[in-house]
Design a protein around this ligand. Structure first.
Ligand code: GAR
Length: 190
């Protein structure tokens, strides 16, 4: 069984969508752990609810990013991860982790990359009066949302939609797309 380790910093709704897909048997994999960099993040509650092991890494506990990633790498190796799945992990990975999992680290980002990299991509797109929005899934490199694209999906917003409603549509798209793309990548790499 292919082993996934999910990385998240906040709510963890994409983490939950992956767990649901596994529970519904639409995704043939297992989540062997959750890496989180925020001790109060809701994704940790989700991990507990689903009996998924988790580990929290606080940046302030380490002298450097490299030391923190070294500890994270030890943990994902201990869990024997095949794939690292970034799902709202709001931190760049150092090359230490990236080179340890070539083409096996992916991220989901709430924009049609290469547009609107970084934080609050939806806010950036809305401020720019975009009407076609979307999500991207890409391999992770050292840059911020710069890795090779794997999949994208888009939707058109209607004039009556407020930010909350757009965000709901966007998350639904993410929750549908991410488990499917993970499943596809696993099949291609078997
Ligand atoms: C998602 O919308 C994801 O695309 C975004 O964070 C959100 C996490 O939501 N990721 C990025 O912006 C990465 N640059 P979640 O915690 O509910 O899954």
């Amino acid at each position: 069984m292919t082993k996934l380790v999910v990385f998240a910093s906040g709510n963890g709704s994409n983490f939950e969508a992956i767990l649901q897909a596994i529970e519904n048997k639409t995704l043939n994999a297992s989540v062997v752990g959750l890496i989180c960099d925020k001790a109060q993040a809701y994704c940790l509650i989700r991990a507990q609810q689903h009996h998924i092991p988790f580990a929290v890494f606080n940046r302030s506990d380490y002298d450097s990013k490299l030391e923190m990633d070294c500890a994270i790498l030890r943990q994902v190796k201990a869990w024997q991860a095949d794939w690292l799945i970034l799902a709202g992990y709001m931190r760049l990975l150092t090359s230490l982790i990236i080179t340890a999992y070539p083409k096996h680290i992916i991220n989901i980002h709430p924009s049609l990359l290469p547009k609107y990299k970084g934080k609050d991509a939806l806010g950036q797109a809305l401020a720019n009066h975009e009407t076609i929005l979307g999500v991207s899934i890409h391999y992770v490199d050292e840059g911020m949302d710069t890795g090779e694209l794997i999949a994208q999906a888009s939707f058109t917003i209607t004039p009556d939609q407020d930010r909350d409603s757009v965000e709901t549509t966007l998350h639904q798209l993410e929750h549908d797309l991410y488990p499917k793309v993970i499943g596809q990548l696993i099949k291609e790499n078997l």
